[in-house]
Write a protein that binds this ligand. Structure first.
Ligand SMILES: NC(=O)c1ccc[n+]([C@@H]2O[C@H](COP(=O)([O-])OP(=O)(O)OC[C@H]3O[C@@H](n4cnc5c(N)ncnc54)[C@H](OP(=O)(O)O)[C@@H]3O)[C@@H](O)[C@H]2O)c1
Length: 310
């Protein structure tokens, strides 16, 4: 798969930790199932795996390191927390390289817009040393993206992508011009949580209770008319309800990052990534989503973790 033109990305934040899986998703998935999911993604040419040190409560990176990282594309992140300390990005990246058994990382994201200039300068140095191939930023506003692009431009390094929270029912970054800015500047927009952590899945499919479901189940009832529409549109393309949410992004030229820990989820993501909805279907979906006044996790939900004086 082209690193510069990915169809879709496999998210790994529920890999690894049984406790995380059980509490947040209702069930844990054994390592053999996750390994099959990883193998299936490779068979389907969905070669990009999105990681971070805290995914799976710290276990996801080590897990993919065990599976093998030679012939896949690794996307991982530096998460700034607390006061800036010189060398913090390098130290974190060295740990990642150990986890992955790699000499470099294909795509490396600054996870939050804290100490933007200082952290990006460290990232620039690591690009020059060949330890990072492509640079992205995540959870950044349009203003912060513009500032970051200027810093990278000055160093002659292209901004690869912006990875923000986006879905059919959470299109704030599109409405405020960030997605258009990315597309105009040849920067990829990766959407994380395109299924809204399970809210945009078929309500008729019963799954085990979890913390996320406790939060979302009441809200899912409000989405009834949207599910009916997604089901109708999906039937025309042989897609299930969650696949319509994925295909919605793909049709926009947005790269969906979807949490997959079971092989069937990779199959679903692959089929949706190759689907294209019509203009009128896209309009119908947008209009219906806009009519629904359901409280969701905000587009900029990690702002609380960003250092004030950044
Ligand atoms: N940059 C950032 O700040 C940031 C933040 C959060 C996430 N991310 C990235 O985005 C990825 C996706 O986010 P996420 O995993 O939290 O949420 P998500 O992809 O929106 O939703 C995951 C949920 O959807 C279910 N699901 C997945 N595929 C499905 C399918 N084909 N049919 C039915 N249900 C399906 C999963 O079910 P099961 O429970 O059965 O597995 C899980 O409950 C993460 O893994 C991570 O890589 C990035």
């Amino acid at each position: 798969m082209e690193i510069l033109k990915p169809l879709a990305v496999v998210g790994t934040n529920s890999w690894g930790s049984a406790a995380y899986g059980k509490v947040l998703r209702g069930e844990s998935v054994d390592i053999d199932t996750i390994r099959k999911c990883y193998e299936r993604a490779k068979e389907k040419d969905l070669m990009i795996f999105d990681l971070a040190q805290d995914y799976g409560l710290g276990k996801a990176q080590k897990m993919i390191g065990e599976f093998g990282t030679d012939d896949v594309i690794i996307s991982s992140k530096f998460t700034p927390t607390g006061s800036y300390k010189a060398g913090q990005v390098r130290r974190s990246l060295e740990k990642d390289l150990q986890d992955f058994g790699r000499k470099y990382i294909d795509i490396y994201w600054l996870h939050l817009p804290s100490d933007i200039e200082k952290n990006l300068n460290e990232i620039i140095a690591l690009v020059k040393e060949g330890k990072i191939k492509h640079v992205g930023i995540s959870n950044f506003t349009l203003e912060e993206c513009k500032r970051s692009k200027e810093i990278l431009d000055r160093a002659g390094i292209p901004l690869y992508g912006v990875q923000n929270h986006y879905s059919l029912i959470n299109r704030e970054w599109e409405k405020n011009g960030l997605v258009a800015w990315c597309q105009k500047n040849g920067i990829l927009f990766w959407a994380w949580a395109v299924l809204e952590e399970g809210m945009l899945t078929d309500p008729r499919v019963k799954t085990k209770m979890s913390l996320m479901k406790l939060i979302f189940n009441g809200r899912k009832r409000k989405l009834h008319s949207l599910y009916v529409l997604m089901n109708r549109i999906g039937n025309k393309h042989d897609l299930k309800i969650p696949q319509v949410a994925m295909a919605f992004c793909v049709t926009k030229g947005i790269v969906p990052v979807c949490g997959c820990r079971k092989p069937y989820q990779v199959d679903d993501l692959f089929a949706a990534a190759n689907a294209k909805l019509t203009d009128s279907e896209m309009r119908l979906l947008e209009n219906e989503a806009d009519k629904i006044n359901v409280k969701i996790l905000g587009a900029d939900m990690f702002r609380f973790a960003v250092k004030k004086n950044r």
